[in-house]
Design a protein around this ligand. Structure first.
Ligand SMILES: Cc1cc2nc3c(=O)[nH]c(=O)nc-3n(C[C@H](O)[C@H](O)[C@H](O)COP(=O)(O)OP(=O)(O)OC[C@H]3O[C@@H](n4cnc5c(N)ncnc54)[C@H](O)[C@@H]3O)c2cc1C
Length: 397
C-alpha cells in the first residue's frame, strides 16, 4: 500500500515506522513542514543546555533512511484532495496516497494584539527555538519576557535563566501551570522558579505585544509597558488542522481529540506518550485492524525545576481533596465518588505509580482516609487492603 503521513513529530514518525513494519514492501512517505529530522520537542531544553542530540533526535537522525521511509522535509501540506486521494503541498506538488495518517500536531496559539509583530518568538518548534536561543548565544539578548505561565513558558524560563538571561514570566492566572498543577502544589514550582532567578508576574493580564517596526515589549491591562530584548509568546497551542478544512475529513477541533480514559470527557492531552500511543493504532487500522484507543491520559512531570513534581489526572470538579504538606514535599489527591481522579506529588514522587494504579483500577479509596496522601503510603497499603478485602489470597507457599 502507498501511505502518506503528514508530520514527522513523535506521532508521525511512530506511525511511519509502524506502517513500514506492517507492510515491508509498501511505500511510506512522511512529510514535515520543518527542515529537521524527526525530533522530540520535550528534549529541546536539554539539547540547548547540554549540546546533546541523542534525546532530541530520539529515533536517530537516519531513521528514515534506515527504515526505507521516503521522508520529505520543508514539505508543508496546504490541502487534502479526498476525491483524488492526494495531499497538496505549498509548492503545488501533489502526493498521492492510498492510506493517509494526519499527525500534524500543534502550533502556537497567541490570541493577543500584536502577536504578528516581527520578533515575537516562541518555543514550540525546533525552528523557532533555534532562533530564540541563537539570539541569546550571539549576545543579542540578556533579558526576556515570556507571556504565558503554562508548561512551555515555565520550561523556557528555566532554560533562559540557565543561559544567563534575566527572565520575567507573565501569567493571567495567579499560579503557575494552572491547567496542570493545583494552586497549592504550584507554590513549590513557584519557589523553585524564584530560586533560579525567574521573576513571576502572576494574576496579570497581558493585553498586547508592542513595538515598531518589531516587538519590544508587552502592554499589560492597566497600561504598564514591560520591555525586554526577547519577547516570547507561550500562550497555548492550537491543532495544525487548517489544511483539513474543506477536505471532508471530520474533526471536532483537533484530529487527535479523544476521550480522557478516566473521565470520558473529550479533550486534547497534548503530551508525548499520548501522541506515540495513538500512532501505531492509526497505522494498524489503515491495514484493516479494528484496534480501539483506550483514551488519553493526563500526566505531566517537570524535569528542570530542581524539585520533582508529577501531576496526573484532573483537578476539575472534585468532591473531595486530600492534602499533605511539609515544605517542598507535598501530595494532593482529587476524588470524585470515592475514586481518585487526580493526584499531584512534589518533592518525593516515588509513589506516583501507586496513585496511577489506584486511578486506573478505579479503586474506592475512602477506607484509606487521610493516609492516602501521607508519606509512606504505597503499594504495601494497597496489597494489605486487597488481602483484607479478599481480592488477593496470601501465598502460602
Ligand atoms: C517545549 C516543549 C516541552 C514539552 N515537554 C513535554 C514533556 O516533558 N512531556 C510530554 O509528554 N510532552 C511534552 N511536550 C509535548 C509534546 O512535545 C507533544 O505532545 C508532542 O510533540 C506531540 O507530538 P505530535 O507528533 O502529535 O506533534 P508535533 O510534535 O507538534 O509534530 C507535528 C509534526 O507535523 C508537522 N506539520 C505540521 N503541520 C504540517 C503541515 N501543514 N504539513 C506538513 N507537516 C506539518 C511538523 O513539522 C511536525 O513534524 C512538550 C512540548 C514542547 C513544545
Amino acid at each position: 500500500m502507498r501511505c502518506v503521513v503528514i508530520g514527522t513529530g513523535p506521532a508521525g514518525i511512530t506511525a511511519a515506522e509502524t506502517l513500514r513494519r506492517l507492510d515491508p514492501s509498501g511505500t511510506v512517505v512522511a512529510l514535515s513542514a520543518e527542515p529537521f529530522a524527526p525530533y522530540s520537542p520535550p528534549a529541546m531544553a536539554d539539547h540547548y543546555l547540554t549540546g546533546r542530540d541523542t534525546t532530541l533526535y530520539w529515533k536517530g537522525r537516519d531513521v528514515a533512511a534506515r527504515l526505507g521511509i521516503d521522508e520529505r522535509r520543508e514539505a508543508r501540506v496546504t490541502g487534502i484532495d479526498a476525491d483524488s486521494h492526494e495531499v497538496v503541498l505549498a509548492d503545488g506538488q501533489r502526493v498521492g496516497f492510498e492510506g493517509l495518517v494526519v499527525a500534524s500536531g500543534s502550533r502556537l496559539h497567541a490570541p493577543l494584539e500584536g502577536a504578528e509583530l516581527p520578533g515575537v518568538l516562541d518555543f514550540k518548534s525546533l525552528r523557532t527555538a533555534d532562533e530564540l536561543v541563537g539570539r541569546v548565544r550571539r549576545g543579542e539578548a540578556t533579558s526576556a519576557l515570556i507571556v504565558g505561565n503554562g508548561f512551555i513558558g515555565v520550561e523556557l524560563s528555566l532554560l533562559l535563566a540557565d543561559l544567563g538571561v534575566d527572565v520575567t514570566v507573565i501569567g493571567r492566572r495567579n499560579w503557575v501551570m494552572p491547567r496542570v498543577l493545583d494552586p497549592i502544589i504550584s507554590t513549590v514550582a513557584e519557589a523553585a522558579l524564584t530560586r533560579r532567578g525567574v521573576t513571576l508576574r502572576l494574576g496579570v493580564q497581558a493585553d498586547a505585544f508592542v513595538g515598531s517596526p518589531s516587538v519590544t515589549g508587552v502592554r499589560l491591562a492597566g497600561g504598564e509597558i514591560l520591555s525586554a530584548d526577547l519577547v516570547v509568546a507561550a500562550t497555548g497551542v492550537k491543532p495544525h488542522t487548517e489544511f483539513v478544512t474543506g477536505s471532508g475529513i471530520v474533526t471536532e477541533g483537533d484530529v487527535a481529540e479523544v476521550a480522557d480514559w478516566l473521565t470520558g470527557e473529550r479533550y486534547v492531552h497534548a503530551i508525548f506518550p499520548n501522541a506515540v500511543t495513538q500512532a501505531p493504532i492509526a497505522a494498524a487500522n489503515l491495514f484493516g485492524a479494528d484496534v480501539h484507543y483506550e483514551g488519553a491520559e493526563a500526566m505531566n512531570s517537570l524535569k528542570h525545576l530542581g524539585v520533582p513534581i508529577v501531576a496526573m489526572g484532573t483537578i476539575d470538579e472534585p468532591d473531595q481533596v486530600l492534602r499533605w504538606q511539609h515544605g517542598d514535599h507535598q501530595r494532593a489527591a482529587y476524588l470524585r465518588d470515592d475514586r481518585l481522579v487526580g493526584a499531584q506529588l512534589a518533592g518525593d514522587i516515588r509513589a506516583a505509580g501507586v496513585y496511577r494504579s489506584l486511578m486506573m483500577r478505579r479503586t474506592r479509596v475512602s477506607r484509606f482516609g487521610q493516609r492516602l496522601v501521607e508519606p509512606g503510603f504505597g503499594m504495601a497499603d494497597i496489597v494489605s487492603d486487597a488481602l483484607q478485602l479478599g481480592v488477593l489470597s496470601p501465598n502460602r507457599g
